[in-house]
Design a protein around this ligand. Structure first.
Ligand SMILES: *[C@@H]1O[C@H](CO)[C@@H](O)[C@H](O)[C@H]1NC(C)=O
Ligand SMILES: *[C@@H]1O[C@H](CO)[C@@H](O)[C@H](O)[C@H]1NC(C)=O
Ligand SMILES: *[C@@H]1O[C@H](CO)[C@@H](O)[C@H](O)[C@H]1NC(C)=O
Ligand SMILES: *[C@@H]1O[C@H](CO)[C@@H](O)[C@H](O)[C@H]1NC(C)=O
Length: 324
């Protein structure tokens, strides 16, 4: 009785009517993602889910360089997603003049550091904490260290969440890889994932200097908006941390080369930090290969491709990497 009444109310107030099919799709998605809701929440989430699903179906019916699909975020509105996973306030990310020196040499047409050796750790999951910047940082330092030493060791995001505040980082409320590299340099070390495991909330700093496992000698900042420098760095040195602006459709990205006409391209708008592990070209569209921190089930086994060469969504606004 109550559920019928609620259904009637929700249907009457919604922008579109919900069908048996919509309930069916939602319930299979719930089963797949181990979701359970109260009755009231069920109808709210069904509405949001169906809205997302229709947007995805519409996108996939069109002619785009990337496809979308349902994923673990499909019962959230973009503004909920933004609050839970993205950097909320503008970060101080501009390196007007970076200190990176380009090789000026000819660069290969494509590079994938995942295939060059054991240089990239498995995709991790930041959970409900705005700590993307820590995953971009550890991902980069893990790779740079592995390239230098031959040993690939997962490093601690939680140490950065708990301890890097003095360098304009804010735990689950954001930060920047360049500032996190500065912290690691001045702190004289970062512990391993094993010794300082991830909790997805901010806690008191438990850094133990005797367990420091990775080090930074110098921080390389790439000149803001100089995507050629970024390319040079990935081609001739190692994976590079960068930030960009995530908008609505990115939440449901599945595969292909992501492009957007809605995102901004300036330093003050970037809201997510990730790791460029390579680049290439597909059907004439140049792209970056990027490691994300939303688990291996999101996107292309946790990775995405994004168009290269246009400062797409501000991806060249604030990139950096550590020298070890
Ligand atoms: C799809 O888009 C591509 C690139 O914009 C274009 O070259 C192609 O002709 C389009 N195909 C169709 C069927 O519209
Ligand atoms: C930007 O830098 C200023 C000066 O160092 C600092 O007060 C402010 O908190 C920083 N903003 C962020 C978002 O870190
Ligand atoms: C690189 O960026 C960081 C953080 O934005 C900044 O503190 C540092 O001074 C920059 N380093 C150089 C050499 O410009
Ligand atoms: C941002 O995009 C606009 C419009 O495409 C372009 O004119 C501008 O040069 C871009 N700015 C940067 C910093 O990439």
């Amino acid at each position: 009785m109550k559920s019928l009444l609620l259904l009637a109310l929700v249907s009457a107030s919604s922008a579109f009517p919900l069908s048996e099919q919509d309930h069916f799709h939602f319930k299979s998605w719930m089963a797949q993602h181990n979701k359970a809701y109260s009755l009231e929440e069920y109808f709210d989430r069904l509405q949001i889910f169906t809205d997302n699903k229709r947007r995805i179906d519409r996108h996939n019916a069109g002619n785009h360089s990337f496809t979308m699909r349902l994923n673990q975020f499909s019962d959230m509105t973009f503004s909920e997603f933004q609050k839970a996973f993205l950097l909320s306030e503008p970060q101080n990310c501009s390196a007007t003049k970076g200190n990176y020196l380009s090789s000026n040499g000819p660069l290969p047409d494509s590079i994938d550091w995942r295939k060059k050796g054991n240089y990239v750790t498995p995709v991790k999951n930041q959970g409900g904490c705005g700590s993307c910047w820590t995953f971009s940082t550890t991902g980069c330092l893990e790779s740079v260290t592995a390239i230098a030493t031959g040993k690939l060791v997962p490093l601690s995001e939680q140490q950065l969440v708990d301890c890097a505040q003095d360098f304009n980082n804010h735990g689950c409320n954001g930060g920047l890889p360049s500032q996190a590299f500065e912290y690691i340099m001045y702190n004289k070390g970062l512990m391993t994932e094993n010794d300082y495991p991830y909790k997805a909330f901010e806690d008191k700093c438990r850094y133990k200097p005797e367990l420091a496992a990775a080090f930074v000698k110098e921080v390389m900042n790439i000149t803001a908006y100089n995507e050629m420098e970024m390319l040079d760095a990935v081609a001739t040195h190692n994976p590079v941390s960068f930030a960009f602006e995530v908008t609505n459709d990115f939440m449901s990205y599945h595969e292909g080369v992501y492009t957007s006409t809605k995102c901004h391209n300036t330093t003050d708008k970037v809201n997510h930090a990730v790791l460029a592990v390579g680049y290439g070209k597909d059907n004439g569209i140049p792209y970056w290969i990027v490691k994300n921190s939303w688990g291996p089930m999101w996107g292309m086994n946790g990775y995405f491709l994004i168009e290269r060469g246009k400062n797409m969504c501000g991806l060249a606004a604030c990139s950096s990497y550590p020298v070890v």
